[in-house]
Design a protein around this ligand. Structure first.
Ligand SMILES: Cc1cc2nc3c(=O)[nH]c(=O)nc-3n(C[C@H](O)[C@H](O)[C@H](O)COP(=O)(O)OP(=O)(O)OC[C@H]3O[C@@H](n4cnc5c(N)ncnc54)[C@H](O)[C@@H]3O)c2cc1C
Length: 327
């Protein structure tokens, strides 16, 4: 038996989420670089516009479910649509993002298919036909390997732990329009509204530059200097759990094991010591800059550039330099 893979490509507010490239890259790695048995599914009216991008990421066929029932995320219609595609085409592996959406519907989809569910996975590969997934445990201090030989395995890949890579920039999409028959009697819950967070800044999980503050920020108002710095470069602002627990920043800014996992091009850690729980949420950042008064702070072992300084002096200088670069 050789595996047949279906990737759920998440679209939100008409935009393709970056997790689509990540999940397709990991699927390609599992399939030894071969793409003929890697397909993807897009849901919602007008979603076909993203087919070309998915093709470049290595999806050799893209199902387009252009149905109004799936415009905003709705659990049951999403499950019904993907379930019908799986059953009609015999997929053995179904992969999606470990985003709030993926975490919501993948387990239910797995149950409906009597499949195995591997959640919060950071990587997976094949040993023979067996799927072997790496799953972090004990706050990232160690990881376990979970194996599945089930006829259908469902996997949610943690966002931002692996880069998305273009497989073929010139790939042309092969699109199959898929018409679903929705069973309205099973749709017992409906999402009526999705409220965006108050911030106009990019979502932390999608931001390419993040300036984060820790306990050393000392109060809510002092976060202002981080916002000023991030705004110059259209970045976002994150926080350590100590800063969140102290009430300096809201929980949706928390980076780390029990917060968000981020993967920006630049992560500036200001007054953050570098605990294992914080590092597990940002260690894949392409470039890490740490500002800390303590030259022995653990964050410096992970940082590409370290600045031993008071953040209240260093951050305004950084902001000024960013301004010069963008003027
Ligand atoms: C189950 C569990 C889950 C957790 N999940 C998370 C998580 O998701 N995210 C997370 O961040 N933490 C998490 N933690 C907490 C984590 O263990 C640390 O306590 C936390 O990350 C520390 O935050 P901090 O670095 O801001 O504070 P501290 O460790 O107190 O570090 C403050 C740093 O600021 C420096 N400093 C002081 N003054 C200045 C100044 N003026 N300028 C520059 N530097 C200065 C100090 O030298 C120090 O290094 C978790 C813990 C547990 C037990």
């Amino acid at each position: 038996m050789s595996h047949k893979v279906l990737v759920y490509a998440e679209v939100r507010n008409g935009k393709l989420k970056s997790t689509s490239g990540e999940t397709l890259a990991e699927a390609r790695k599992m399939m030894g670089g071969k793409t003929e048995n890697i397909h993807a599914v897009l849901l919602g009216e007008g979603c076909e516009q993203h087919a070309k991008t998915l093709a470049t990421f290595g999806a050799s066929k893209i199902y387009v479910v252009d149905a109004p029932e799936t415009n905003t995320y709705q659990g049951e219609p999403t499950i019904q649509a993907i379930d019908q595609i799986i059953k009609k085409n015999g997929y053995t592996v179904v992969i999606g993002p470990g985003s709030p959406t993926g975490r919501d519907f993948f387990p239910r989809l797995a149950i409906r298919n009597n499949g195995a569910m591997l959640t919060d996975v950071v990587g997976f590969q094949l040993e023979g036909e067996t799927i072997v997934a790496d799953i972090p445990m004990y706050l990232g201090k160690c990881s376990k390997q979970a194996v599945s030989n089930a006829p259908t395995t469902f996997i949610t890949l943690r966002p931002n732990v692996r880069p998305s890579e273009v497989a073929d920039a010139n790939a042309q999409p092969s699109v199959e329009k898929f018409s679903c028959s929705f069973d309205a009697s099973k749709i017992t819950a409906k999402v009526v509204e999705v409220r965006k967070g108050s911030s106009e800044r990019p979502d932390l999980t999608e931001a390419s530059i993040i300036v984060s503050g820790g306990r050393a920020i000392a109060n809510k108002d002092n976060f202002k200097i981080l916002f000023e710095c991030a705004d110059v470069v259209h970045g976002s602002v994150g926080a350590s759990r100590a800063a969140v627990d102290s009430g300096y920043a809201p929980y949706d800014m928390q980076v780390g094991q029990t917060g968000k996992t981020v993967n920006p091009n630049l992560y500036v850690a200001c007054g953050i010591s570098g605990s294992i729980q914080h590092l597990s949420g940002m260690r894949t950042s392409k470039c890490i800059v740490a500002i800390n008064t303590d030259a022995d702070a653990p964050i410096f072992q992970k940082a590409d550039y370290g600045i031993v300084a008071d953040l209240f002096q260093a951050v305004p200088i950084l902001t000024r330099e960013f301004k010069k670069m963008t003027e």
